[in-house]
Ligand binder design. Structure first.
Ligand SMILES: Nc1ncnc2c1ncn2[C@@H]1O[C@H](COP(=O)(O)OP(=O)(O)O)[C@@H](O)[C@H]1O
Ligand SMILES: [Mg+2]
Length: 373
């Protein structure tokens, strides 16, 4: 798919922006702080319902405005669609498809698909396990938009179960006889059901991504690998199917229950799992150099791109401020890898940083305006 037009209203630094887009490569060039990333961040938001830079919506709304609107015309094969999201920080966001009546924001997932690489992705390698879980879960949702529902079910059940555990922990501390724990059994089942579904998808994804990521790393940094993705579940076991994983989670929850009631928090489940990234024999986190970590993160994104492309409905590839970080050889390599993408959006501070094979449409971004050059 590709975006043929992007419209913004009160999004970040833009009071308004109208940006027609072609398939192929488009580069947004301009000095720092001029609003290049803001544009691609908006495209990414349509694909994930979140920003790659901030965890909440408030910073996305232009200072002084009370809502932001992101609208995109999207073409996939013969089909064209218009998606629109209204961001209302502190209140429910609203969504529309083809100007018709409202749909839930999560119903627009799958219309715009992106793989976005940005300097912030270094945290994929260097950051907390939560960053890697989010990476997996966003990719899972891009592969199967219905997983957004499973993810939010899981989050909801987890929250309610934690509330229950917290009050059990309180009751214990205050010398009470404790509470009726049969309720907890029911929540265990809910948690294990959504958890097993998420887990099955994550395991399948890691398995599928492994060879692609290793190949991408080899292309970016020949001889520097191999890289190995190792999923470490908090519920031990070798389960693969949803049924096996369900049992595995139920068993681990039973095992952990005493400790959970002491601590008042859920200790087992996909929210506690880790994706270990190895480079050669060593974990990348804590061992890999800056350059290696950077190539690693980029390899994970390129592998994601490869995967989504191979499964039909090609995503938009976004490379935010990537080329300045690479030496000339790696720049050329990366450019060759992505030059034939259906749509590639690139941002760069300096025109010369964008390799020649990616000479497509150019926009100059300065002082809140986006102009074709
Ligand atoms: N909510 C907001 N309201 C107004 N301006 C904003 C908002 N969020 C970010 N900005 C401004 O946007 C600019 C950064 O834009 P960005 O797209 O990140 O720049 P770059 O061109 O370097 O990628 C900064 O000047 C920042 O002050
Ligand atoms: Mg930027």
């Amino acid at each position: 798919m590709h975006v043929t037009h992007l419209s913004l209203a009160d999004f970040r630094s833009y009071a308004r922006a109208e940006v027609p887009l072609d398939p192929g490569v488009t580069a947004f060039v301009g000095a720092n702080g001029q609003g290049k990333t803001n544009l691609v961040e908006a495209v990414g938001y349509l694909a994930t319902l979140g920003s790659h830079r901030v965890a909440s919506d408030a910073p996305l709304v232009r200072t002084g405005a009370d809502r932001a609107v992101i609208r995109a015309a999207v073409t996939q094969g013969e089909r064209s669609q218009l998606v629109e999201l209204e961001l209302n920080p502190g209140r429910a966001n609203r969504a529309r498809v083809n100007r018709s009546s409202q749909v839930r924001p999560r119903d627009v997932l799958g219309i715009v698909r992106t793989v976005l690489f940005a300097p912030e992705d270094l945290t994929l390698v260097k950051g907390d396990p939560g960053e890697r879980r989010r990476f997996l879960d966003e990719l899972i949702t891009a592969r199967a938009p219905r997983m957004a529902g499973v993810r939010s079910d899981y989050e909801r059940v987890l929250k309610q179960r934690n509330t229950l555990l917290k009050s059990a922990a309180m009751a214990r501390r205050h010398g009470g006889r404790g509470m009726d724990l049969s309720t907890l059994d029911v929540w265990d089942q809910h948690l294990a059901r959504a958890g097993a579904e998420l887990l099955a998808q994550r395991l399948d994804l890691v398995h599928t991504l492994q060879p692609l990521a290793d190949k991408a790393y080899e292309q970016l940094a020949p001889g520097g690998g191999p890289i190995l993705l190792e999923y470490r579940p908090s519920a031990p076991g070798a389960g693969q199917t949803r049924e096996e994983l369900y049992e595995q989670l139920i068993d681990a929850l039973a095992e952990a229950r005493k400790q959970e009631i002491e601590r008042g928090v859920t200790l087992v489940g996909p929210h506690r799992d880790e994706l270990l990234l190895r480079l050669g024999e060593l974990p990348a986190k804590g061992y890999a150099s800056h350059g290696e970590s950077w190539s690693y993160a980029l390899a994970l994104r390129l592998a994601s791109y490869d995967l989504l492309r191979s499964e039909g409905n090609e995503p938009v590839l976004v490379l935010d401020d990537v080329f300045a970080e690479l030496d000339a050889r790696r720049r050329e390599r990366l450019a060759e890898l992505v030059a034939d993408g259906e749509q590639v959006l690139v941002t760069a501070a300096v025109d010369d940083d964008v390799p020649d094979v990616l000479k497509g449409t150019r926009y100059a971004v300065a002082g809140g305006t986006v102009e074709r050059v």
